[in-house]
Design a protein around this ligand. Structure first.
Ligand code: ADP
Length: 396
């Protein structure tokens, strides 16, 4: 009896070992053998444990998948200063694979003294902190939030969340640049107006020769101010408007004729010759007034930045890309380093000529917005000293 019990216990031990190692047991007990109920308890326990560890694995995978899908970078460092967890968003932002980072000291991976100092402080002082930081390598700006991690009694390390705020910062910079530019542009004519009003008040009114001259300058500067404000309002409408365009079929040859006639006095005044060519029966789907405005702005520049006895040529054609309307001048041209910037608000490659001719620095920006709202684009080619061609391309 004792012998048979010992044999069964050995069998049970072997079955328990197999279960612990995740193997299929090679031996079994029949229901008639003693200790059978003990074995069935062990088996139930084993399958419960298996279920629990499965649930724990699933939970861990779920948390890892959530962290991995975050656009923010996540980093967990333990008390030994080793990286416990890092998601791909963060490792890629700093140019390494997350598999290469896990288990390494954080300072081996982040070669950035500011970031390392922040992590170190969170580990030693066990305090939460937030900081904006520009990464030395990529130039990206991050908002970093570090927090200590503890279970209440045990301190486990720290977690850091990196939010990329580069575009937000850029937007902020552009906005303040814009405000500074607008203020400057509005101040210039205003200063001139106030100066001449002051001169008139201080006796200029009694000087019949200069009185009219001063009033004319005041009028000219006021018109300039008003035109600039109109342009700014139009730009802001173009940028924020969700209203659909009032599209209609626009006959291109009629459009070129009309704008040519509109410019006729200024072309004559500046001794410029003008010609326009449009393919027979060409028409585009566009908002007439907006397209007219975009073309007018290009023509205005072709006149303003032309040379004495120069030419202006407007051409329209269609190819597989869509309808092309180009404005060519034989003017001063644009330097290659300015070409990428002339569509920015207030950017002027030739500041004195632009101011002299009453340019607001907004014309190209307005034209670009209008054409982009039509789903098209404007291209430019230019040679310094020879001239420029601006081409509006409207998709089919
Ligand atoms: P502006 O009111 O100053 O003309 P735009 O936005 O129309 O403003 O143009 C921006 C700048 O691009 C101009 O100041 C000028 O330096 C340059 N530019 C635009 N069109 C031409 C052109 N046809 N020839 C030479 N330079 C041009």
């Amino acid at each position: 009896m004792f012998f048979s019990g010992a044999q069964e216990l050995r069998k049970i031990a072997e079955i328990a070992r197999a279960l612990a190692q995740g193997r299929e047991p090679q031996t079994f007990l029949t229901s008639k053998e003693p200790y059978h109920s003990l074995l069935s308890d062990i088996q139930t326990l084993a399958s419960r444990l298996e279920e629990r560890s499965q649930t724990a694995i699933e939970e861990r995978n779920r948390i890892l998948a959530i962290l991995e899908s975050m656009t923010e970078g996540v980093l967990v460092v333990d008390v030994e200063q080793k990286i416990l967890l890092i998601n791909s968003a963060l490792s890629h932002a700093f140019g390494f694979e997350k598999s290469a980072a896990t288990g390494h000291f954080f300072w081996e991976m982040f070669r950035d003294s500011d970031i390392n100092e922040m992590i170190q402080e969170a580990l030693t002082k066990r305090q939460a902190a937030r900081r904006e930081h520009e990464a030395t390598l990529s130039g990206s700006v991050f908002e970093i939030q570090v927090s200590p991690v503890s279970t209440g009694t045990d301190f486990l390390g720290m977690v850091a969340v990196f939010r990329d705020i580069t575009s937000l910062k850029q937007f902020d910079r552009l906005r303040s640049e814009f405000v500074a530019n607008v203020s400057h542009e509005l101040k210039t004519p205003l200063t001139s107006i106030l100066g001449f009003v002051e001169t008139l008040k201080e006796g200029g009114l009694e000087d019949p020769e200069n009185r009219m001259k001063f009033l004319n300058i005041i009028e000219e500067q006021s018109l300039k101010l008003s035109a600039m404000i109109e342009d700014l309002l139009l730009l802001s409408r173009l940028e924020s408007s969700k209203e659909p365009l009032r599209l209609g079929s626009v006959k291109v040859s009629a459009l070129l004729k009309k704008t040519g006639e509109l410019f006729s006095p200024r072309l004559k005044e500046n001794h410029l010759s003008f010609s326009s060519e449009a393919a027979e029966g060409l028409s585009v789907m566009a908002e007439t007034s907006s397209l007219e405005r975009a073309l007018t702005n290009l023509l205005d520049n072709a006149v303003k930045y032309n040379q004495k006895d120069g030419r202006v040529l407007v051409r329209a054609s269609r190819d597989s890309d869509g309808t092309h309307i180009s404005v060519t001048d034989t003017g001063i041209g644009i330097a290659p380093q300015d070409l990428g910037r002339i569509f920015e608000r207030f950017y002027r490659s030739d500041k004195s000529r632009s101011r002299e001719t009453g340019g607001s620095g907004l014309g190209l920006s307005i034209a670009k917005h209008i054409i982009e709202r039509h789903g098209g684009r404007i291209e430019v080619e230019s040679t310094l000293g020879e001239g420029s061609t601006f081409t509006i391309i409207l998709p089919k």
